[in-house]
Write a protein that binds this ligand. Structure first.
Ligand SMILES: NC(=O)c1ccc[n+]([C@@H]2O[C@H](COP(=O)([O-])OP(=O)(O)OC[C@H]3O[C@@H](n4cnc5c(N)ncnc54)[C@H](OP(=O)(O)O)[C@@H]3O)[C@@H](O)[C@H]2O)c1
Length: 331
């Protein structure tokens, strides 16, 4: 039986970046519905930090990483959409993408179009599909129309820079927040119609000003604890508050009556993994992303590249808000 050695990043105990250990593991043959993929690169995502810290509780020991790109090396029984030698990329559960080679469920692995590099594939699948489901599938009552303003927090980050460009392509006026003037300039260069440096400006007041007092139909908030209640104050009646991340901590439990007081608001807390539930929806969303990237309307900006050995430094930089755009680990 094939036994392949691979480096992997393992967490034995929840905690800081010092808990990231590079270990050697043995990888076997794929079972039914699985493939073995040899990575060229894998993506770094904020969810990896939540899993390492234990904000999202997973059984330990835990191999980290939710996004990667490489070449399919073996295909298990029943897998029909991939074959040995295919270039492929994915955003997927279970974690384990920070490695040379792994066996994993084939369901959310997609063929990577020839025009898209492995590095871009590794950087964009989780973040790009997230933007797809947010802007296309997580809409306020009545939908979004060209010209509408939307608020998108952390607009200079990995998900953020993709959202700026995708929103522009849809004709939306994206108002992006970021933690420095430099990051705001980067978000504008990627298509944000307006930016707010929320480290020094009151974003609720600025949104009111930009929208002529009307407020927004929707806000996309991945910062969480520090911003979400204020985000709700940016909405017009019947508006939608989307909390899709916890970069500053989880949103505190709230009294549901608050939503009545603020204007019969809607709130949702989506995760990409509900959207990736089937092969068909995964491929549909990935195809939309491939088309956006292929057309040049969305460019995947990889601002940080670290060798796998420097994974702890990569986590430190992401958490310290030192990164912009996407970050990948190379193998
Ligand atoms: N629910 C889902 O399906 C889903 C899927 C993908 C990603 N996400 C979420 O989307 C967000 C963006 O993900 P990403 O991987 O692209 O990360 P990222 O945006 O590149 O990095 C996170 C950014 O959040 C901002 N931030 C605000 N307060 C922070 C704090 N206290 N500590 C650290 N950062 C803070 C920082 O930007 P500023 O300095 O500009 O504030 C930082 O650069 C994350 O919250 C992630 O969990 C959710």
């Amino acid at each position: 039986m094939t036994q392949i050695r691979s480096r992997a990043v393992r967490v034995d105990q929840n905690g800081g970046p010092e808990q990231l250990k590079i270990v050697e593991v043995t990888v076997g043959e794929p079972g039914p519905g699985e493939i073995r993929i040899r990575h060229k690169a894998c993506g770094l995502n904020f969810i990896d930090v939540y899993q390492r810290e234990g904000v999202y509780k997973l059984p330990l020991p835990l191999q980290l990483g939710m996004e990667g790109a490489g070449i399919v090396e073996a295909v298990g029984e029943g897998v029909t959409h991939l074959k040995v030698g295919d270039r492929a990329a994915y955003a997927s559960q279970p974690p384990g993408a920070y490695c040379d080679v792994r066996v994993m469920p084939a369901k959310t692995v997609c063929k990577l179009p020839d025009g898209i590099s492995f590095e871009t594939g590794a950087a964009m699948m989780l973040k790009g599909i997230t933007v797809q489901y947010l802007l296309r599938r997580t809409q306020p009552q009545g939908g979004l129309q060209a010209g509408d303003h939307v608020l998108f927090h952390a607009a200079a980050g990995g998900v953020g820079l993709i959202a700026c460009q995708w929103a522009r392509a849809l004709g939306l006026q994206l108002i992006g927040t970021a933690g420095s003037d430099e990051k705001c300039a980067l978000a504008r260069a990627h298509g944000a119609a307006h930016t707010i440096n929320y480290a020094k400006e009151d974003f609720v007041a600025r949104v009111k000003e930009i929208t002529g007092g009307k407020g927004l139909k929707v806000v996309y908030d991945s910062v969480g604890k520090d911003t979400f209640m204020k985000s709700l104050d940016c909405l017009r009646p019947f508006g939608l508050g989307v909390n899709f991340g916890n970069a500053s901590g989880k949103v505190e439990p709230m009294d549901i009556n608050v939503l009545a007081g603020k204007g019969s608001l809607y709130v949702t807390r989506p995760t990409i993994f509900t959207h990736l539930a089937t092969r068909e929806t995964t491929q549909e969303m990935a195809d939309d992303l491939f088309a956006m990237v292929g057309s040049g309307k969305v460019k995947i900006q990889i601002d940080q590249t670290y060798p796998l050995e420097q994974v702890a430094q990569a986590h430190r930089d992401l958490e310290a808000r030192k990164t912009t755009g996407c970050t990948i680990l190379t193998l």
